[in-house]
Write a protein that binds this ligand. Structure first.
Ligand code: GAP
Length: 474
């Protein structure tokens, strides 16, 4: 669809999904705020992931437990993880005239024209903003620095976390012991991550503050390949079950030179965005990179001891302290960004219907928008409308129904404009069911329930409403 991104951005602003941060001051460096509908939808994505990981997931062995670690951690964590070195940096060039910085590989892609023969030695391409010359490419670290405590000196420096999983590694032993877990098992966490991205673009695709949903699966090194394959399949199916079209999803094997510094093997789940294929989630075989480095740097032995063998009385005599197996578990990680999934879901669900959806009436001049969101994801499940707003008895009844439903479902009450316009407003934000209180309702204690996708209407008694809606929205 032409201009789909512009349409999505406009819908997000107009209908309360996403606003630019600090907008009255002209916005702020690729940060975004999620409005009333945006926060509901974002929470629904996180909830769907959390339930999948901690309740529905049934990996071949072991379970997955949750964690909520602090964003701020000792800077030693980031030294050991390799994030303060060149491993977590973008290669950038800077324009010598306007001093704007660009990713070196993007500039190479964007500017195809060969440099004129007279161009001086050095970086051969020119700045797309002002035509100035570039510096040689240099590495810029993406970690966001901050200070902890009353004195702003080097001793007080730490960083906003760039990936949530480091909090999981910090708590690996605490969780293993307190929950009496055995390998293999997983730890899941949802939370903010921060990166000082230099090139930010495509709305909420690449931003500086975002939510990650990460699951770290700890297993025996010999089983790492098996679980890597397992998680690849599980994760892509999760997106398909959320209603994203299969043809818009793909798995991409990430070649060695593009892989993060900690990865032995990476597969990205990509979505076909209007601008290009883009990464939604990375599945990494991190080997023992994290636990072995944190062991080395902290002095704490994070190797796993196979207690199963030593706790069994019959085996204890065979496997003594010397022969007990001690190893750093391998980690398979699934790491997804909430905002990217949010954007992919909107792109996938957005439809325009020329001449309107109702084929029985005269075609409308306007294009009608339908957001075909999955019922788990839609921000508003139920809208309650009085047929007209100048009949106090209808308004009173509709407000009673709204109060009845509010504790059970995310609801919206709407009385402004014609009934047709209100249905369209609900279709545009993906509301699953729209309830209308008409004159019959006053006599029969019922109302009509309109299904977003089929537009079919069904009369339901108000006394049965909560149960019927619970069943439909399940
Ligand atoms: N712990 C592994 C890790 O962080 P990553 O590939 O750097 O891996 C994982 O990030 C996911 O986080 C990405 O697939 C993407 O969905 C999201 N993500 C990363 N950087 C982002 C950014 N600047 N803006 C929005 N989402 C981002």
């Amino acid at each position: 669809m032409p201009n789909l991104m512009e349409k999505i951005i406009s819908l997000c602003k107009r209908r309360g999904f996403v606003f630019p941060s600090s907008e009255i001051y002209g916005g702020f460096g690729s940060c975004y705020d999620f409005g009333p509908l945006g926060v509901e939808m974002k929470n629904n994505i996180k909830r769907a992931w959390w339930e999948e990981m901690t309740k529905n997931q049934n990996p071949p062995a072991g379970g997955i437990v949750g964690l909520d670690a602090a964003i701020l951690m000792s800077p030693k964590v980031w030294e050991a993880s390799g994030h303060l070195t060149a491993g977590f940096a973008d290669e950038l060039v800077e324009c010598k005239s306007c001093h704007k910085r660009f990713k070196a590989d993007e500039i190479k892609q964007r500017l195809h024209t060969p440099p004129p023969p007279s161009r001086p030695k050095g970086w051969p391409l020119v700045c797309p903003e002002c035509g100035g010359q570039f510096t040689e490419p240099r590495k810029f670290n993406l970690m966001m620095k901050t200070f902890v405590g009353p004195v702003e000196d080097e001793a007080a420096v730490t960083y906003l976390r760039a990936e949530t999983c480091q909090g999981i590694y910090m708590n690996y032993e605490n969780v293993l012991n307190s929950m009496r877990l055995k390998i293999p098992f997983g730890m899941a966490q949802v939370g903010k991550a921060f990166r000082n991205e230099i090139t930010t673009k495509n709305f909420i695709f690449r931003i500086r503050e975002f939510d990650q949903m990460e699951m770290e699966w700890f297993c025996h090194p010999k089983e790492a390949e098996k679980y890597f394959d397992y998680w690849k399949k599980e994760r892509i199916n999760w997106y398909i079950n959320l209603g994203i079209k299969k043809e818009n999803l793909r798995l991409r094997e990430v070649p060695k030179e593009e892989r993060p510094h900690y990865s032995k093997e990476t597969v990205d789940i990509e979505y076909k965005f209007p601008f290009d294929w883009g990464e939604l989630e990375a599945i990494n075989n991190r080997g023992d990179f994290d636990l072995s480095n944190h062991s080395k740097n902290s002095g704490k032995d994070l190797r796993y001891v196979d207690e199963l063998r030593s706790s069994s009385p019959s085996l204890r005599s065979v496997f003594d302290e010397e022969t007990k197996e001690r190893y750093f578990p391998y980690i398979t990680e699934t790491s997804a960004g909430v905002e990217r999934i949010f954007l992919a879901i909107l792109c996938d669900a957005y439809q325009e219907i020329e001449g309107g959806r109702t084929k029985t009436t005269k075609p409308t001049k306007e294009v009608e928008v339908l957001l075909k969101l999955d019922k788990k994801i839609a921000p508003i499940k139920v809208a309650v409308l009085p047929l007209v707003r100048n009949k106090p008895e209808l308004v009173k009844k509709a407000k009673e129904v709204y109060q009845l439903l509010k504790p059970y479902f995310t609801c919206q009450y709407d009385e402004l404009g014609s009934i047709g316009r209100r249905y369209r407003r609900q279709d545009e934000i993906g509301t699953i069911l729209t309830l209308t209180i008409d004159f019959e309702s006053l006599k029969q204690e019922d109302l009509t329930v309109r299904d977003r996708d089929t537009m079919k209407q069904e009369r339901v008694k108000i006394k049965n409403l909560v149960e019927v809606l619970k069943r439909t929205l399940k």
